[in-house]
Design a protein around this ligand. Structure first.
Ligand code: 4AD
Ligand code: MG
Length: 440
């Protein structure tokens, strides 16, 4: 039973002992009189050896019947074997077939992505997928852990909302009794409520964007952690963001090195990720883009080639700040000049900061400082064509004890993709939702 059950990942504690392994056939082969059985139990893969004399005749007969992914229970003795994954193997004594699997659709040969995506419910058993999702589990836990350790209060925001946070073009809408509701794009506005009540909070949950883009970075449903801090500014936000990233990298390196090895991640690159990260203004960024042959006009947003170029320039995550106001959401505090005085209204630059990951993984953090004046914010809501009555509660935060405040959102799947080195975010979540992907 569970607390005392044997799991392959703990095999080193059982050297010389007889154990029971409950799992599935990964693959099998025979070599002369020795039969090799690769068994996976969800926590790892171990080599089993069947030898006449060491195991019963029935086990040898049953071995012949086994198909890929058949569920089996074996008992046997754990012993050191450097050639087995994990350094231990099991000398099988008994074998019980729990269910003989039908012909398994995913074989060791190459399959196309479309086929694999259609079989995502089985694909997650494959070693690379398994490794990536174990890294994800650690990232998700570490995201909460970091904030809890630093005194942030978890402040859950609703998924069904009446209004937009990140522009009206990517809203998923649904009928909510007699009115329209939208799936949340970001918990930020609610997070700001929390910051005024608790000082520092984090929102952590699924968020939704009706993104029609087919890129390696876009999901329509993704998980975002969003810290929000009262009496904080743009610089404080960047410091918090880089500390969080450094913590995630170090935790994954220490707890999931075996998985990173399966994924053939270049560990030296990750080990070199240490805060502080370089910070460049959007204007400085444009100069680098021109130098690298991918210049854009002032006021344009960065696309994939531009983010890749900045990643190549620095080789580690880099903060881009002070973006043109016109490409940022309504809630950003704006200034007229970089490093200008603190009294500001409507200006050329938004006090935003995006953290761009290296190697083309794109923006992994987006955030900044919020507008704290009721009048300015009310005007912005109007300029953006948003309905003031939907944001009256949000404006109340400015009417009742407004303070400078800032925060960011970190997209968990993009971070997992970058840390694991997998090419596409679709493999960093168990069931990706994308344009044309709703099943399984
Ligand atoms: O830059 P975004 O849109 O910022 C916000 O939503 C803010 N309201 C967050 C805040 O300040 N509290 O999104 C934040 C992050 C991005 O940097 C990216 O990592 C991720 O969310 N993200 C996506 N991840 C996967 N697929 C998508 N379609 C994503 N859109 C954003
Ligand atoms: Mg962004």
């Amino acid at each position: 039973m569970w607390p005392n059950r044997f799991f392959i990942e703990n095999a080193s504690r059982y050297d010389g002992q007889i154990v029971r392994i409950q799992g599935w056939v990964y693959h099998k082969r025979s070599s002369g009189k020795i039969k090799f059985l690769m068994i996976r139990d969800g926590t790892g893969i171990m080599q089993g050896i069947l030898l006449k004399g060491e195991c019963g005749d029935q086990a040898l007969l049953d071995f012949e019947r086994l198909t890929q992914e058949s569920s089996i229970e074996i008992t046997g003795k754990i012993r050191k074997e450097p050639r087995s994954p994990g350094g231990f193997e099991v000398g099988v004594q008994t074998l019980r077939v729990v269910q003989l699997a039908e012909t398994y659709p995913i074989t060791p040969k190459e399959h196309g992505v479309e086929f694999l995506m259609a079989h995502r419910h089985l694909w997650v058993r494959s070693t690379r997928q398994w490794a990536a999702l174990r890294v994800r589990s650690t990232v998700m836990h570490s995201l909460s852990h970091f904030f809890e350790e630093n005194g942030f209060i978890r402040f859950d925001s609703p998924i069904l909302t009446p209004s937009a946070c990140e522009g009206t073009s990517t809203l998923f809408s649904t009928q909510y009794f007699d009115e329209r509701a939208y799936l949340t794009q970001s918990g930020q506005l609610y997070g700001e409520v929390g910051a005024m009540a608790f000082g520092k909070i984090y929102v952590f949950g699924p968020t939704f964007r009706a993104e029609k883009s087919k890129t390696r970075k876009h999901l329509t449903e993704f998980w975002m952690v969003e810290p929000e801090v009262a009496y904080a500014d743009l610089e404080d936000t960047m410091v918090l963001g880089e500390r969080l990233i450094e913590y995630l990298v170090q935790t994954v390196l220490s707890q999931r090195s075996a998985e990173l090895e399966i994924l053939q991640r270049d560990l030296r690159k990750l080990e070199a990720i240490r805060a502080p990260f370089p910070r460049i203004s959007y204007d400085e960024g444009l100069k680098i883009l021109v130098k690298r042959g991918v210049g854009i006009l002032w006021g344009e947003d960065l696309g994939a080639p531009h983010e890749s170029a900045l990643g190549d320039e620095f080789g580690k995550p880099v903060f881009l700040h002070h973006m043109p106001s016109q490409i940022k959401s309504f809630y950003f505090k704006q200034v007229d000049s970089i490093g200008g005085p603190g009294v500001m209204g409507t200006g050329k630059y938004a006090l935003g900061c995006d953290l761009i990951a290296p190697d083309g993984y794109g923006e992994i953090i987006g955030g900044g400082q919020r507008e704290e004046s009721t009048e300015v914010l009310r005007a912005r809501i109007q300029e953006n064509g948003l309905k003031e009555e939907d944001y009256s509660w949000y404006l109340d935060l400015r009417r009742f004890g407004s303070v400078p405040h800032a925060g960011f959102g970190l997209g968990a799947e993009r971070v997992v993709a970058w840390l694991t080195g997998i090419e596409h975010v679709r493999e960093s979540i168990p069931f990706p939702r994308m344009l044309n992907t709703l099943r399984p």
